[in-house]
Structure formats: structure tokens, C-alpha cells
Design a protein around this ligand. Structure first.
Ligand code: FAD
Length: 438
């Protein structure tokens, strides 16, 4: 067993971990950095894994940073190692190789926990059958891609971001796809009923069966242990040779728990408790991304925001602070941009008007285009754009800068509305970069 000491230890080699490396170096720190991941591969863009199945992205397009990243940023990568046994007194973790190899103990001055999320797998018999998989890692998407020749019918359980992206990818590659969702609409946390219905239509028009208000009760296999069919709540049966479980991601907090780092209560979704500087309850230990809470600039509270930009910016802010700079992560909210079969949709902040004093919504719905803005005291608190997303950037800028729209509110959703029509002072504000991460 080899022991090594690093100034900065980062567990997680994805958006949060890479953001942290870049933050540390941005702050001018030359200290030693180790990055650990139990995935045995170069850093990749997780949101693209379903595109690998679809075939519109190839392996070389998956890299999140160039292959020389670790060398050029002076990072020692430990890829294919699980970090365990966080000991805050000894300031160390143990690394267990996931594919054989030498065990290590790494000691650190400062630690970032960017361990991401793990799929929620319901307690149900049959999920160990061949052909049943979550869709979280590159390995899982490559495995599905490798099976495509043998798959005629696929079922996707869950119609959130991961489920819908998976169903779209599979629709391009297999004969039939059914998406099963317990809620009464798809993408429910990031849509309202109108925009969700429009997205559903786009799936149905492209041959995907969308089954709402139902779930899978039983997964059945054949004599060779391969998935054969699923039985739904209403008794109907869907034959399938691939079942993707995509009903949510939970924060991956085992390492933090082992070290006694404080977690948020399960009522609030669990996850590692952090402040806006990404500091945890433990001295010198930071956390970011899907495993931790983050400050939502719309609600003003801390919450889980399992999104790529939140993880990257959170990691970068953590890195800057670990290196001695003073920065806060105040730029996150529930922000999504998707495109299903050429139907684009952007949403951010509140997608439903809170039933509280001061809130109002303005809506424009014409033909295949829908736009809705939620305001509180004339400040944008949320938006949905479906079928066209041209001005989403302006609205997001206004929302981020908390600009009072009183003088131009009536024009917000008109065809003429553009940056040139904004008061000069507002134009300048929404053009500002997010200085905290620069
Ligand atoms: C299919 C799919 C589509 C998505 N699409 C979008 C999208 O369109 N837009 C968007 O904003 N977000 C999207 N997301 C979410 C986005 O990918 C995540 O929010 C983001 O990857 C979180 O980054 P992270 O750095 O926090 O953690 P992760 O990306 O989850 O990475 C954490 C890494 O740490 C490793 N790890 C965990 N524990 C240990 C340990 N103890 N030891 C060693 N290694 C460990 C994990 O194996 C993993 O490699 C999508 C996710 C998926 C799965």
C-alpha cells in the first residue's frame, strides 16, 4: 500500500471535480492536486451519454476536456479507484482499485467531495435481469449501444430529464419505445401542463408511446435470465428486450458520511450541507454538484440542483476558495435546455406561479410556440419557452440580475422585444459576465 500526500484532493472527475481543478489553478495556486474517480476513464460530458446511443456523438466527442488536461494542469489522476474511509483527523482517504491494482492511501490538506449522484432503484424483483439498466454512466450507455442489434422493443421507466433523453435516443435506434411515467405529465419538475403536453406530442409524433399516471409493477424474464416484459399497474403487459430505469438520482454521500460531514435531512432530499462558498461542516472540506446542496438565486434557499452547470460552477467556486480566494456560488437555479426531435424547450426558476401574494404570470401561446414568464413584483422569477427559445438568454439575464421590468413588462413577450429596447442601464447589467467565477 502506497501513501501519498497532496495539497488538494478531489474525489470526482466530472463537472464538479474538473471545475475545482480549474478554480485552484485560476487562483494561481501551484500546489499538488490529485483527482480520484471510480470510473476508469477520461473526464467526459455526462449529459451526452444518451447521444452516444443515438449515434449523433461519437466517443471522441465525449471528452469534457482534452486528453492532456491532467498533465497540463499538473494533476495526478487516480482513475478506477474508489475513495473510502474518509478520516478527518488523519486527513486521509483510502483508495480501493475497482479493476485490480495497488491500494493507496491519500493524505490531503484540502478536500473536495464531488461524488455526484446515484440512480434511485426501486425495490422490485427482476431488476437484476440481463437487459435492465440505469442510464447514468458512460459504461451503461456503451453497454446499451452494444446491445442495439438485439433490441427491438425498449421500455424506459421515468420521464424526467434522463428518461426523456434516453427515450429519444432509443427511438432513433430501435423498433418501439414506451416511456412509463407515474406523474400525470412528462418532465414535471421543469414544465407546466401546457409545455409538457407539447413535448409529449413531439414524442408521440415520433413514435414513442408515452404512458402517464402509471408505473411498472413487475419485471419478468425468460429462461435465460433476460428481460422479456413488464407488467404495469393497470395489468397491461409491455414486451421488451431492454428496460432503462430512470426514476431519479439521489446524492451520493457515502464518503461524506464516513467522515462525519454533515448532511441535509432526507426531507429536503439529503445531500451534503454546504454554504455559498461550498464549505461543508468539516474544516478544509468542500462539496459541490449532485452530491451537495446549492444556493438557488430564485428561491434564495439551499436545495439540490442536479444539473451540469451547477456542478461545474460550484466546483470552480470551491477550487477558488480552497486556494485562498473569496468567492460565492450564487448563480444556480433550476435551469434546463432540451430539444426533443427538433422541438426545443428552455425553462428556469418557477415554472408554475406560486400561490402567494405578488406573483403573476404572462403567457403567449400561438400555434406551436409557447412562452410563459412568472414574475414577482415585476421581477422575473421563472420562465418556460417551448417551440422557440430565441429570447431565452435575455429573459435569463433579466432574471439573474433581478431587473425590475415595470417599464417594459407589456413588451416582454411581443415579437418586437429585444435587448435594444431595454433601458441602457439594464442592457449593461445583463451583459455582465458572472464575475464571481472569472
Ligand atoms: C443521461 C443524463 C443526461 C443529463 N442531461 C443533462 C442536461 O441536459 N443538462 C444538465 O444540466 N444536466 C444533465 N444531467 C445531469 C448532469 O450530468 C449532472 O448534474 C452532473 O454530471 C453532476 O456532476 P458532478 O460532478 O456533481 O457528479 P457526476 O457527474 O455524477 O460525477 C461524480 C463522479 O464521482 C465518482 N465517484 C462517486 N463516489 C466516488 C468515490 N467514493 N470514489 C471515487 N469516485 C467516486 C462517480 O463515479 C462519478 O464519476 C444529465 C445526467 C444524465 C445521467
Amino acid at each position: 500500500m502506497a501513501t501519498k500526500k497532496f495539497d488538494y484532493l478531489i474525489v470526482g472527475n466530472s463537472a464538479g471535480g474538473i471545475g475545482c481543478v480549474e478554480g485552484i489553478r485560476r487562483a494561481g495556486q501551484k500546489g499538488s492536486i490529485a483527482v480520484v474517480s471510480d470510473e476508469d476513464c477520461h473526464t467526459y460530458a455526462r449529459p451526452l451519454i444518451t447521444h452516444l446511443i443515438e449515434g449523433d456523438v461519437e466517443m471522441k466527442g465525449m471528452d469534457f476536456r482534452p486528453r492532456n488536461f491532467y498533465g497540463s494542469f499538473g494533476v495526478e489522476p487516480f482513475l478506477g479507484y474508489r475513495a473510502e474511509g474518509l478520516d478527518l483527523e488523519k486527513r486521509s482517504v483510502r483508495l480501493r482499485p475497482t479493476n485490480g491494482g495497488t491500494r493507496h492511501t491519500l493524505r490531503f490538506d484540502r478536500l473536495l467531495i464531488a461524488t455526484g449522484g446515484k440512480p434511485f432503484i426501486p425495490p422490485m424483483a427482476g431488476l437484476d435481469l440481463d437487459g435492465v439498466t440505469p442510464m447514468i454512466t458512460l459504461k451503461q450507455s456503451l453497454d446499451v449501444r452494444g446491445r442495439l442489434g438485439r433490441v427491438r422493443r425498449a421500455v424506459v421507466l421515468g420521464a424526467g430529464l434522463i428518461g426523456t433523453k434516453t427515450a429519444e435516443a432509443l427511438a432513433h435506434r430501435v423498433e418501439s419505445v414506451s416511456m412509463v411515467e407515474l406523474a400525470d405529465r412528462i418532465l414535471s419538475p421543469v414544465t407546466d401542463p401546457v409545455s409538457s403536453a407539447m413535448a409529449t406530442e413531439s414524442f408521440r409524433n415520433n413514435g414513442v408511446e408515452v404512458l402517464l399516471n402509471t408505473t411498472i409493477e413487475e419485471v419478468r424474464g425468460d429462461a435465460r435470465g433476460r428481460v422479456k416484459e413488464v407488467k404495469l399497474k393497470d395489468g397491461s403487459v409491455l414486451p421488451c428486450d431492454l428496460l432503462v430505469i430512470a426514476i431519479g438520482v439521489r446524492p451520493r454521500t457515502e464518503l461524506a458520511e464516513e467522515g462525519g460531514v454533515a448532511l441535509v435531512s432526507m426531507k429536503l432530499g439529503g445531500g451534503i450541507e454546504v454554504d455559498v462558498k461550498m464549505r461543508t461542516s468539516a474544516e478544509g472540506v468542500y462539496a459541490c454538484g449532485d452530491c451537495a446542496h446549492a444556493h438557488d438565486f430564485v428561491t434564495g434557499g439551499m436545495r439540490l440542483l442536479p444539473l451540469w452547470p451547477n456542478a461545474y460552477i460550484g466546483g470552480r467556486i470551491a477550487g477558488l476558495n480552497m486556494a485562498g480566494a473569496e468567492h460565492s456560488h450564487r448563480w444556480a437555479t433550476n435551469m434546463n435546455s432540451v430539444d426533443f426531435f427538433g422541438f426545443p424547450m428552455v425553462s428556469a426558476g418557477f415554472t408554475l406561479k406560486p400561490e402567494k401574494k405578488g406573483y403573476e404570470e404572462i403567457v403567449r401561446h400561438e400555434g406551436g410556440q409557447y412562452a410563459k414568464i412568472v414574475l414577482k413584483d415585476d421581477v422575473i422569477q421563472g420562465l418556460i419557452m417551448a417551440g422557440h427559445v430565441d429570447r431565452a438568454g435575455i429573459y435569463l439575464g433579466l432574471m439573474r440580475e433581478k431587473v425590475k421590468t415595470t417599464s417594459f413588462k407589456e413588451q416582454l413577450l411581443t415579437d418586437e422585444f429585444a435587448v435594444v429596447h431595454l433601458p441602457a442601464e439594464v442592457k449593461e447589467r445583463i451583459k455582465q459576465p458572472i464575475t464571481e467565477i472569472e
